[in-house]
Ligand binder design. Structure first.
Ligand SMILES: *Cc1c(COP(=O)(O)O)cnc(C)c1O
Length: 347
């Protein structure tokens, strides 16, 4: 399988920066004396450069996700991997990416920064399904990436794996990126289960949401080993700090706590869906497979302002295709009660 249909020629030709620690296989040797990286030798917990390959963390994530560690690239948040993908595949002013709207705006911002054209396809109303038929007309030979978001931010619906599979086979020369930032809140398997059949698929995940580590900035890309290897050459070598890697590793040990909290959030999501619907002030409340609920009201701006004045911050998503939209993250039961009390008081 040729990589040149995916990547820019300059990227494939790249001789990556070689870190001091890359060259030294005995990095883990506690006895070694490190005089290779111009570090300060006096220990303070962070005087050494971190592992550029994130070896221990990657192995743990591989184990949790049931994929080979060589299939994983780690970013400073998945936002960094999005930028990495665009920079590595799209030639500025020549190539394009396809996104679906309404969706996660980072794809478009990152493309704009890189001078890459964005072709946006409207999701189909009323349930925000991707329009697969029109995709074959919108995409062309210069389409390097197609971004799918499942569960979709901000609408909360999932894209069936059969649709992902169809899109992958429709556009064999583009990388199809499935952003699964919220997959742990959904009741469906990850698109990583398609990796053996769809060889132009790349799945993005993150420790920022269900795992509760937004402050650490740890994003995960899972794809073909050769594709991931190329991305690894482009990423900044020390993109995740050592303390963040270590803390993530420690927090990933608590799989029971993770499952308990995700179950609690899903339970609260169900309760909030019912309560928000029953209030009768929203014209529509969307069912969600993520940890947020999109609601609609012609008074969304006033509601948003009223909540903010009372110390509850929600996200205004009043935009094309979702006019009057307000996105509410599912909080703790107490936080959700606070929101409901305020909304009831306002009626
Ligand atoms: C929150 C979010 C991300 C996460 O980004 P990180 O950089 O990993 O924190 C990615 N994609 C979508 C759709 C998101 O909502």
């Amino acid at each position: 399988m040729e990589l040149n249909k995916f990547f820019r020629p300059n990227i494939l030709a790249l001789t990556p920066y070689s870190c001091a620690r890359d060259e030294f296989a005995g990095f883990q040797n506690a006895e070694a004396v490190f005089l290779d990286a111009n570090e300060n030798p006096y220990p303070n917990g962070c005087n050494r450069y971190p592992d550029p390959r994130h070896t221990a963390l990657r192995q743990r994530i591989a184990q949790l996700r049931g994929v080979a560690p060589q299939r994983i690239i780690m970013g400073n948040g998945s936002d960094e991997i999005i930028d990495l993908l665009i920079r590595s595949t799209c030639r500025p002013a020549l190539d394009n990416i396809v996104v679906f709207s309404p969706g996660y705006s980072v794809y478009e911002v990152s493309a704009a920064i890189n001078d890459v054209q964005v072709r946006s396809i409207d999701l189909l109303l009323p349930d925000f399904r991707p329009d697969v038929k029109i995709l074959s007309k919108v995409a062309d030979a210069n389409t390097k990436l197609v971004f799918l978001c499942s569960p979709n931010n901000p609408t909360g619906n999932v894209i069936p794996l059969s649709t992902v599979e169809r899109i992958c086979s429709m556009l064999p020369d583009s990388l199809v990126v499935v952003d699964e930032a919220y997959i742990d809140f959904a009741d469906m398997p990850s698109a990583t289960t398609l990796l053996d059949t769809a060889d132009n698929l790349l799945v993005l995940q993150t420790l920022s949401k269900a795992w509760g580590m937004a402050g650490l900035r740890i994003g995960i890309g899972i794809g073909r080993e050769d594709v991931v290897t190329v991305l690894g050459k482009v990423k900044p070598p020390y993109n995740i700090g050592g303390m963040a890697q270590q803390m993530a590793l420690d927090l990933l040990a608590d799989t029971d706590g993770f499952e308990r909290r995700v179950a609690e959030i899903k339970c609260e999501r169900g309760r909030m869906f019912g309560e928000l619907t029953a209030l009768g002030i929203f014209s529509r409340v969307l069912p969600s497979s993520a940890n947020y609920i999109l609601v609609f009201s012609p008074q969304c701006r006033a509601v948003h302002g009223f909540l903010a004045e009372n110390g509850v911050v929600v996200r205004l998503r009043d935009q094309r295709l979702i006019p009057d939209g307000l996105r509410i993250t599912v909080g703790t039961p107490e936080e959700n009660d606070r929101l409901l009390e305020l909304l009831k008081a306002r009626i």
